[in-house]
Design a protein around this ligand. Structure first.
Ligand code: ATP
Ligand code: MG
Length: 507
């Protein structure tokens, strides 16, 4: 890449773009240039303006000022159709397929090939879809119903749709956040295929190892401002992080050694249909127990069965000795359990309510005095958590929907932490959260545990597991396949247990 000169004509260039939402300046001076055949990373902290830039390229937002050039020609997208027509397609993190239509119907919706001018020609449509998948090098049945497809497969369908629209610029806004590592590899295979066909891919991710492993150039943004664009081999991870956050970062995990106290959570012989089999473990005061394993191993299901969202078919769950009733989240909350779900945007927030109300939502009973909620208490609680989590917002009264994706995640975190539970179950604590705030989240967890909270942490990030956990339970196909103390746990040992290559010690 270093010796090859860039082709002279970019497919797309955004110059000096600005965009404000009322008083919030989301983009101050944004720019990006995409050449054919490149995977181009766009990175920046939560709220830096990445998704806003994407929405400008998508024709969803119009910039207040600045220029967009497509193939060198100044262009205005007055809507999403104009962007699509110009060959720009967007792949969002949560795909938007119609569940009851087939894969092929989703791709050709509204423009199905017809026979004799009227009837939809299904076989032509299915053949064309086969051909798209062949071009992408993936196997997927065009005739299956979209319902039940994995997020990864749904993204592939969206990419095939983009191809069918002759897109030569594909923009992917955090496409890998919900994928397993195998699925991430397949996505990048597809990206390579697209590049070889002359397309440009703009790729957004908070996982810098993905960026460094798969992209040729990188553009860094900070506070709505363009910082720099560089070929990937001319920058280091540390430099990128420094440019993103504008300061030095302590990247080490802030783990304080603690002496675990009495048992807070005791799970015995927990089972749920075909999903969970005979799970037993404890979590004690002042202890972080990590549930490691591959996506789909049943980790989130354990959390849901403890909290009572799903009913267990056998087994008991006790909080400080008292059994929790089956399938009763309110009883679990009353017993001091808090659950920060994996899918925060859907399960954790009331989008149209203010940031302050969302933060205070789980603490209402604590804030209530003589039956009244004192606004002043609510405000000081929410202001305090907004500051600790480095939330980027306009006003605390603004709707949560106006926050960037990562900042919405922080609100859900803050909402449950503010409740000060005796057991915190936290599913993927730092997913979607930028590198700067990540270590802050770890610091807050460490502090809460030092004060006696018990934490059950589900994480797919091995450094996070190794850095934060006192004990590691590894799950494989609905069972606990191994347990490691902090001293015993290694990346290798965890991966082996997670893929079912268990040693005789486990069982
Ligand atoms: N519709 C809106 N109304 C008000 N403010 C908005 C709106 N959309 C975005 N913002 C603000 O613009 C800023 C940039 O948000 P954006 O979503 O572009 O960030 P991002 O870089 O994608 O962050 P993340 O990594 O968290 O996804 C944020 O401060 C956000 O609150
Ligand atoms: Mg975003």
């Amino acid at each position: 890449m270093t010796t090859q000169p860039m082709p002279p004509e970019p497919l797309l260039a955004l110059e000096r773009a600005t965009k404000s939402f009322g008083p919030v300046r989301a983009l101050v001076d944004a720019q990006v240039t995409l050449y054919p055949g490149e995977a181009h990373a766009l990175v920046g902290e939560n709220g830096a303006g990445k998704s806003t830039l994407v929405k400008i390229l998508a024709g969803v937002h119009q910039p207040d000022s600045g220029r967009l050039l497509i193939g060198g020609e100044p262009t205005v997208f007055n809507g999403p159709a104009a962007a699509r027509g110009a060959g720009v397609s967007i792949i969002y993190q949560e795909p938007t397929l119609f569940a009851d239509l087939t894969v092929a119907e989703n791709i050709y919706i509204g423009r199905q090939p017809t026979r004799a001018g009227r009837r939809i020609d299904r076989s032509a449509m299915n053949d064309a879809t086969e051909e798209l998948f062949a071009r992408l090098g993936v196997r997927l049945d065009p005739q299956r119903i979209a319902r039940g497809l994995s997020v990864a497969d749904q993204q592939i369908v969206e990419i095939a749709k983009a191809l069918s629209l002759n897109a030569n610029v594909l923009v992917m806004d955090e496409p890998t956040a919900a994928l397993t590592s195998v699925e991430v590899d397949r996505l990048f295979e597809v990206v390579r295929t697209l590049r070889a066909q002359g397309a440009a891919v703009l790729f957004i991710s908070h996982r810098l190892e993905e960026v460094f492993g798969n992209c040729q150039r990188i553009t860094i943004m900070r506070d709505g401002q363009f910082v720099r664009t560089a070929p990937i081999e001319e920058v280091t991870v540390d430099e990128v992080i420094r440019s993103m956050v504008g300061r030095e970062l302590a990247t080490l995990f802030p783990k304080t050694p603690t002496e675990p106290g009495e048992v807070v959570l005791q799970v015995e012989h927990l089972s749920r249909d075909q999903v969970l089999r005979d799970i037993s473990f404890t979590v004690r005061r002042g202890e972080i127990v990590a549930l490691a394993g591959l996506v789909g191993a049943g980790r989130s299901e354990v959390a849901r069965a403890i909290f009572g969202i799903d009913r267990r078919s056998a087994g008991t769950v006790r909080m400080t000795g008292r059994p929790l009733p089956n399938g009763a989240p309110l009883a679990a909350m009353a017993a001091g359990v808090a659950l920060v779900p994996e899918d925060r945007r859907q399960q954790g927030l009331v989008m149209e309510l203010g940031i302050d109300r969302n933060l205070a939502l789980a603490s209402l009973s604590r804030l209530r005095r003589f039956g009244l909620i004192r606004r002043r208490d609510e405000r000081s609680l929410t202001a305090q958590w907004a500051q600790r989590l480095q939330l980027k917002f306009g006003r605390l009264g603004n709707a949560v929907a106006t926050l960037s994706g990562g900042n919405q995640q922080k609100v859900v975190l803050g909402k449950w932490l503010a409740r000060d539970p005796s057991l915190l179950i936290i599913d993927e604590p730092t997913r979607g959260i930028d590198v700067g705030t990540k270590s802050e989240v770890h610091r807050i967890l460490d502090e809460l545990v030092s004060r006696g909270m018990a934490v059950l942490m589900i994480s797919s990030e091995l450094p996070e597991v190794l850095g934060m956990a006192d004990r590691v339970l590894v799950m494989h196909e609905g069972r606990i396949s191994a347990e490691f103390s902090r001293a015993e746990a290694t990346e290798d040992a965890i991966m082996r247990a997670a893929t079912g290559q268990t040693s005789e010690a486990a069982a």
